[in-house]
Design a protein around this ligand. Structure first.
Ligand SMILES: C[S@@+](CC[C@H](N)C(=O)[O-])C[C@H]1O[C@@H](n2cnc3c(N)ncnc32)[C@H](O)[C@@H]1O
Length: 289
């Protein structure tokens, strides 16, 4: 049975995504960010992310995808992450329900030993979809990045009717560089696939407005909800693991304990050793193409 925590603006659900999605009002979410288990055998606190077959996994994905589309407002946006292997199948299925505006590559650096006998994977795909491709939220000015090449060199764009210097800012392209969340970053939680706040910040700023409801049906450490809260949006996060629900309640400042367990921030070994807090991230700025 699913249990709801939180307040009027921020809901933290402990339960199965399909079960909770069925409780959410249709047409009520302006933005949905979906970062499901990838069917690659990760261990989420004891839960093994592996389906008996690719077909079984895709069928399961189809169930929550259809429900999520129902939850979107008429001008709502959906961002879906998946493994590189599964994304082509999800892409085909999603086209039946929504318009896919961008196929984004989230690229990151290597944080460990890389493959030596093939080209190691340093990116994950993200689909940016909308319910109505003639009416959707896209706050271009809120996510602009420095346009380094032309503007820095003070080049003149002679293609314009009145030649002018290149713009110093631009909307990012579809290849995004954000470092993965590493142990020494302040935002790090004990989870095998926590997404960077900077990645969520770009998505939430671009595709929602203040007061909109942002839904994350596979919340993990509730990064999406925490960033939504910081940016003045409402949030609904769903997670099946109790420990991760505790992380979410703590990150959102919604509870100090859960089922008798005090919700303390992660004690990091280097912080304990040198007596200082975790160092802030060194490289969380988005560097775009
Ligand atoms: C890829 S992680 C999400 C990480 C998250 N975006 C973050 O930044 O921390 C997927 C999460 O889905 C949870 N999960 C797996 N199956 C679920 C289900 N049926 N319902 C709800 N949560 C589920 C896992 O426990 C895991 O924490």
């Amino acid at each position: 049975m699913a249990v709801r925590y939180g307040d009027e603006s921020h809901e933290v659900w402990h339960g199965d995504a399909l079960q909770v999605l069925n409780k959410i009002e249709d047409g009520s979410c302006g933005l949905i960010f979906i970062d499901p288990p990838y069917n690659i055998g990760k261990n989420f606190n004891g839960y093994q992310d592996k389906w008996p077959s690719d077909e079984a996994y895709i069928e399961w994905c189809e169930e929550w995808l259809a429900l999520c589309v129902d939850k979107l407002t008429s001008n709502g946006s959906l961002y879906v992450m998946a493994s590189t292997q599964s994304m082509p199948f999800l892409d085909l299925r999603l086209r039946r329900h929504v318009s896919i505006l961008s196929r984004i590559v989230w690229h990151y650096d290597s944080s460990g030993v890389q493959a030596r006998s093939y080209f190691g994977s340093l990116w994950e795909p993200i689909l940016h979809c909308v319910k109505n491709d003639r009416d959707y939220v896209f706050n271009a000015d809120a996510i602009k990045v420095a346009a380094r090449t032309g503007a820095e060199r003070k080049l003149i764009d002679y293609r314009k009717s009145v030649p002018a210097v290149y713009s110093a800012e631009k909307v990012p392209g579809n290849v995004w560089y954000f470092p993965r969340v590493r142990y020494r970053m302040a935002e790090y939680e004990d989870h095998p696939s926590q997404k960077p706040e900077a990645l969520l910040e770009r998505i939430i700023r671009a595709s929602s407005n203040e007061g909109d409801t942002v839904l994350d049906p596979f919340a993990g450490t509730f990064t999406c909800s925490a960033v939504a809260q910081r940016l003045g949006r409402r949030s609904i996060g769903v997670e099946q693991d109790e420990d991760y629900v505790g992380v979410g309640l703590r990150r959102l400042g919604l509870a100090a304990e859960l089922n008798g367990k005090v919700l303390r921030p992660l004690q990091k070994t280097h912080a304990v050793r040198n007596g200082r807090g975790a160092k802030p991230p060194q490289d969380t700025l988005a560097l775009d193409d």
